[in-house]
Design a protein around this ligand. Structure first.
Ligand code: FAD
Ligand code: EPU
Length: 337
């Protein structure tokens, strides 16, 4: 295992922030994690990095960056309805989605083109177009740094929620996820409830959906709306969509009659943060190399040489103006280091 020193992480985060890590190593086998735990000469502070598509790097990382490269896809078992497949946490998420589709395994086609690794998918329970990954996860396996062993975390132990899981709370920084076992469907249950999918399928001339057609539709919608990190630095939605009491929503509607909402549990509704931010005049904003994307106000962007600090300051200003106007506090989705 090669430990490198003073490495730039610019190529390893989709915001393209040029910060350095004191120490860096690629993890290709779970066994390396035991060796790292036992090596007292290595820094105790560790940062687990996947595709770097949900992190904002604001400063040099004084510690050891562990870049997850654990590969492998293995069929575990099957019955008439389902197939269980264990996937190395360092596999690229979108590649696995395409692999599943090629094998006619259904359940994650709506999650096509989400950047990042398989191992990060459970961390914030990735979701898009009416589907969340929690519905396809059977078990997450990870190296527990304190327990010094690989442990299984079954679906009902993961406390999955909207962009949330136990790995962001009790198990934050405690576990390196090494593999995820998915339970996929042999008989697809199509989810085209998200309006834009139906429209896109029609545009494509598809009358009978297939999982491949749904993935194609999702890919087309996403490509038209979201900036490609290879072209403009970004980390997708910077904030979560806030959930507010239905009573607060009704009061807001008196002042802002067009405010959109989605049902979210009993007596609460979800409001699109992109709408709130746009209403505060931020959409298309640019100051130097930081900005708010012109097509999607929920996406903050780095046009070139922005610093993480400048993106953080912009996000702070957005939080303040949204709070002043709507009395809603936006929560960041992106992990800030
Ligand atoms: P990283 O950014 O590397 O890490 C994210 C966090 O997870 C960090 O805290 C890191 O320490 C931790 N982590 C990563 N891997 C491990 C591991 N193996 N073990 C323990 N901890 C780990 N997200 C959605 O939910 N839906 C979307 O539709 C969506 N669209 C996006 C579009 C764009 C253009 C971009 C840039 C991002 C988008 N995202 C979306 C966010 C992002 O793709 C997901 O959060 C993804 O799961 C992050 O994966 P990653 O490997 O890049 O994680
Ligand atoms: N909107 C605006 N202005 C904008 C952007 C959005 O008014 O600039 C409003 C519109 O009313 C629109 C609504 O917001 O109808 C929803 O917009 P969109 O469908 O683009 O979805 P989103 O809420 O902005 C969420 C996820 C995305 C996910 C899409 C599709 C969150 C925080 N974001 O975005 O996930 O891909 O839905 O399901 O939940 C991510 O997490 O990084 C991410 C990209």
């Amino acid at each position: 295992m090669q430990i490198l020193q003073n490495i730039s992480l610019k190529a390893y985060n989709t915001f393209g922030m040029d910060v350095h890590a004191d120490y860096y190593t690629a993890i290709t086998q779970p066994e390396q994690l035991a060796a790292i735990t036992a090596d007292a000469s290595l820094p105790a502070k560790r940062f687990v990095l996947g595709g770097g598509s949900n992190v904002l790097l604001t400063q040099s990382l004084h510690g050891l960056v562990l870049h997850n490269k654990i590969k492998g896809i293995e069929k575990i078992k099957e019955d008439d309805e389902h197939i269980w497949v264990s996937v190395g946490a360092g596999e690229v998420w979108h590649d696995f989605v395409m692999y599943a589709i090629a094998n006619h395994w259904a359940g994650i086609e709506n999650l096509a083109l989400i950047p990042g690794t398989v191992g990060a998918a459970p961390i914030q329970n990735i979701g898009a177009y009416g589907v969340e990954v929690k519905d396809a996860i059977d078990c997450v396996t990870g190296w527990h740094w304190d327990m010094k062993q690989l442990l299984p975390f079954y679906n009902d132990e993961c406390a999955f929620g909207y962009r949330d899981s136990i790995f962001k709370h009790q198990l934050k920084d405690k576990v390196f996820i090494t593999s995820v076992t998915f339970r996929l469907n042999k008989k697809p249950k199509y989810n085209t409830s998200y309006g834009a999918i139906e429209q896109e399928l029609q545009k494509m001339g598809v009358t009978e959906p297939t999982i491949a057609a749904i993935a194609d539709a999702v890919i087309a919608i996403r490509s038209s709306k979201l900036p490609n990190p290879r072209e403009i630095g970004n980390a997708g939605s910077f904030f979560k969509n806030p959930t507010i009491p239905a009573t607060q929503y009704e009061t807001l509607k008196e002042t802002f009659p067009t405010i959109p909402s989605y049902p979210a549990g009993e007596e609460t509704v979800k409001v699109p943060a992109g709408w709130l931010i746009e209403q505060c005049g931020w959409k298309g904003f640019r100051a130097g190399d930081v900005g708010v994307h012109e097509k999607q106000a929920l996406v903050l962007v780095n046009y070139g040489n922005a610093t993480g600090g400048a993106v953080w300051d912009l996000s702070d200003n957005i939080v303040k103006t949204v709070h002043d106007k709507f009395h809603i506090t936006l929560e960041r989705e992106v992990q800030v280091w």
